[in-house]
Write a protein that binds this ligand. Structure first.
Ligand SMILES: *Cc1c(COP(=O)(O)O)cnc(C)c1O
Length: 366
């Protein structure tokens, strides 16, 4: 069998969720597991967290129904609410919670008769300028929904544009608008994503919404004691399938982007952009071969890429190669390091691991 496998450590997932809770001892944490739990498998991750997590968040009804049909009974919030009016029947049927970000969603809800009132989180645009009501329109929506028999346990929800940045000015602007609204409406809040959960206690509300940190990536520009305690959940592991020596000056791979500066030992690894490994990986992107850091060299192909293993004396065909995550010898290659070398972020690498790559789960469920 092809050796490329995504190993998912469910104990690490639970550890990271507990860490998110410890970062915000006065909040409850919604585990955000949209986009197939950032590529890790939504149902498997939800089952692993079901005993601990107070709620799950997903992007859409389809993702929520997958969890319900898999036996998940924990509250689930639809972060973008409904996409069409007919989805309300499903929200009711599956006892989902919903965000409302637009007037048409409020109108649809007020024209609907759920069996039980639906928990509603009112989304305000405090500066991200993506989804949500303008701050000046929120009081109206809030008043309408407060009196509506269709809605229950109203919360005010918002999203930060720059919580990951060391420069806090725009974050503070958003926070100031939100604090004013919270006071006026006496509303329970749900504001914090992973970076805000980690770095901005002022934003912690009745609920927080950590996502990427649950999977062990540090979303901040710098490391903190908390981010140093995160554990990688996914290890993308493969093996060397061929080895050769190339002479100084010889090119390796498509276009000859990399040329050997000296006689070099080149390992070919099973894994490429056809698996979701980023084709933008530059020469020097780190890889662990037998637990030792080595540079990727040459352009990534669809099914393979090449590594300079001149420094790894024990590299042989079949040697372990870790693209990110934890090697057998305990060495860790942070997905954030890999992402920097690909000029991207961990989110795209994780959600980009394609179905072609088998997922193997480790650690006890629930
Ligand atoms: C994805 C998402 C989150 C989680 O963000 P992370 O940066 O992964 O923690 C929180 N809130 C909303 C509205 C989201 O879309």
């Amino acid at each position: 069998m092809r050796p490329l496998v995504a190993h998912i450590d469910l104990d690490a997932l639970r550890h990271n969720y507990q860490l998110a809770c410890q970062c915000a001892p006065h909040s409850r944490s919604v585990a955000v597991i949209k986009a197939n739990a950032y590529g890790h498998g939504a149902l498997e991750c939800a089952r692993a967290l079901a005993a601990d997590a107070s709620a799950f968040a997903v992007a859409c009804l389809e993702e929520a129904v997958t969890l319900r049909e898999g036996g998940i009974t924990t509250p689930i919030i639809l972060l973008e609410g409904i996409f069409s009016t007919d989805e309300l029947a499903w929200v009711d049927e599956h006892r989902l919670w919903m965000a409302v970000h637009s007037a048409w969603q409020v109108e649809a809800l007020l024209a609907f008769s759920p069996r039980e009132p639906i928990p509603v989180w009112v989304k305000v645009d405090s500066g991200m300028h993506r989804l949500g009501f303008a701050p000046e329109d929120v009081s109206n929506v809030w008043a309408q929904l407060s009196e509506a028999p269709q809605a229950s346990s109203l919360h005010l929800m918002s999203h930060f544009a720059t919580a990951d940045a060391a420069d806090s000015r725009y974050f503070q602007q958003q926070m100031t608008r939100l604090q004013a609204l919270a006071t006026t409406l006496d509303a329970p809040l749900c504001l914090a994503n992973s970076p805000a959960t980690l770095a901005w206690p002022v934003s912690h509300g009745a609920w927080n919404r950590p996502g990427i940190m649950l999977f062990g990536s540090n979303p901040l520009e710098t490391a903190t004691p908390a981010t140093d305690s995160l554990r990688p959940v996914m290890t993308l592991r493969s093996e060397i399938i061929a080895l050769r020596d190339v002479e100084a000056g010889e090119p390796v791979g498509y276009g000859g982007r990399w040329r050997a500066p000296r006689r070099s030992r080149i390992a070919v690894v099973a894994g490429g952009y056809g698996d979701g490994y980023d084709r933008h990986a530059q020469d020097g992107t780190p890889v662990l071969v037998n637990g030792q850091h080595c540079p990727l060299v040459g352009k990534v192909s669809m099914d393979m890429f090449t590594v300079d293993v001149s420094g790894v004396a024990d590299a042989v065909i079949g040697s372990e190669v870790v693209l990110w995550g934890r090697a057998s010898n305990g060495a860790v290659l942070s997905i954030d390091d890999v992402a920097r070398h690909c000029d991207t972020i961990s989110y795209t690498l994780l959600t980009g691991v394609l179905p072609r790559v088998p997922r193997r789960y480790h650690g006890a469920f629930g």
